[in-house]
Write a protein that binds this ligand. Structure first.
Ligand SMILES: [Zn+2]
Length: 414
């Protein structure tokens, strides 16, 4: 029974004093939905396979969980031309995939860590971190093609177990409201450096990864891109893992990376797809589309370093870097929320308030700042004000598990 593992995890948190028994029961009730798995056809291989969700379940899981993950990643980048560019490249890939009927959406998110991921219903996201690390449309096509490959081969549906999905509620902001939270748990609940995402997102096997690489290359060539983009992408990821071992660690926990994958792609490009090698990389078009984002790069680099400092409990250093980042980009939502988090993790709740208020102004409708404002209210003893904020968030994102867990914990303690 799936409940057993979830229950064990919550009971462990309870035994260690992180949750009271009432809080644990409230979260357990919230985690109650179970996944029914059955038999379905794999669209890539045509084989019947066990343990697949039905397509309707894939869409339901996507709808229920993608909004929380997107908010955890600071929402979509507020740059309509960048979003339509990313979506345009993605749609071309989706249309030539094994599941062209899926309602794919492709978005650039405000998170700084380097990653891209897919939910089983076709919600595909790439962080601004990874968009700044690559340098051509062909590499973007490879990145999105790899994710479309996971959706097409239904890896995401297979790997997204009930336990990981429940983790979205449990490891989310709700934990901050629990009776006693240590700094490591708080850093996890606050999603610093994307560390929480590694726990929440689907974890793929090496076989899945190799298949997604192959499918990605096949789709990008069909869509008119050079397979060279996939090889360059693999190279970018390889060098990132050397330069930022900590930041990239979680990317490789959801997408394990190796020289072997790089070599496999090189081999496939030279044999199966040699005739496509002269197709364009579209570097200039990519540079134009990401120009606004790239102007933020100095601020984003400071924020990345700040996140690493905060995870390492070097709070003064983290705050200093965030001050520098906010001088470079005063209205950057991620920068403002990160500064609030730097204060929250040090239990300086009042100091977090002005940054959260500025963040809510900078990005109205994005729920994370409002949720954190609720956490701060609750920590300052204003439980009813906190509940009001969380209920506003619940109206904004009805499916939000993060909000639901905050409400459940507060109601259990009021
Ligand atoms: Zn992958």
């Amino acid at each position: 029974m799936k409940h057993a593992t979830t229950g064990w995890y919550l009971e462990e948190l309870c035994a260690q004093g992180y949750l009271t028994r009432r809080e644990m029961l409230a979260l357990l009730a919230l985690a109650g939905g179970s996944l029914v798995t059955g038999c379905a056809t794999n669209p890539v291989t045509g084989e019947r396979q066990l343990n697949f969700m039905s397509p309707a379940q894939e869409l339901a899981i996507d709808k229920q969980h993608a909004p929380d993950q997107i908010s955890q990643d600071y929402g979509k980048v507020q740059d309509p031309s960048l979003q339509s560019y990313v979506a345009g490249v993605g749609k071309k890939i989706g249309a030539v995939s094994h599941r062209p009927e899926m309602p794919y959406t492709f978005s650039a998110l405000n998170a700084n860590y380097d990653n891209a991921y897919a939910f089983p219903g076709g919600t595909i996201c790439a962080t601004r971190g990874i968009l700044l690390s690559i340098g051509s449309e062909s590499e973007l096509a490879a990145l999105l093609g790899h994710e479309v490959g996971h959706v097409s081969a239904r890896h995401t549906a297979q790997r997204m177990s009930q336990q990981t999905l429940t983790g979205i509620a449990v490891a989310g902001l709700g934990i901050l409201l629990a009776t006693q939270v240590d700094n490591d748990t708080a850093a996890l609940a606050l999603g610093l450096g994307g560390v929480a995402a590694g726990l929440l997102l689907a974890k793929y096997s090496r076989t899945d990864e190799r298949q997604a690489d192959s499918l990605g290359m096949q789709y990008m060539c069909r869509a008119g891109y050079s397979p060279q983009g996939m090889i360059s992408l693999m190279d970018v990821l390889r060098s990132l893992s050397k330069r930022e071992p900590n930041m990239i660690e979680q990317m490789f926990s959801s997408h394990p990376m190796s020289t072997e994958r790089y070599n496999a792609m090189l081999q496939e490009a030279r044999s199966k797809y040699a005739q496509f090698m002269s197709a364009p990389m579209n570097r200039e078009r990519y540079m134009d589309a990401t120009a606004r984002l790239r102007r933020l790069k100095p601020a984003i680099d400071k924020q990345k370093k700040a996140e690493e400092a905060l995870i390492a409990k070097k709070y003064g250093e983290g705050e200093g870097l965030l001050t520098d980042a906010l001088q470079l980009a005063p209205d950057d939502y991620t920068g403002l929320v990160l500064m609030a988090k730097a204060n929250i993790i040090q239990e300086k709740y009042r100091d977090a308030i002005p940054y959260l208020d500025r963040a809510m102004q900078a990005y109205p409708g994005e729920p994370q700042a409002k949720q954190l404002r609720g956490v701060v209210d609750a920590k300052l003893g204003k439980k009813h004000a906190a509940l009001r904020r969380f209920r506003e968030c619940a109206a904004l994102v009805p499916a939000s598990r993060a909000t639901a867990s905050c409400i459940a914990i507060l109601e259990a303690s009021c």
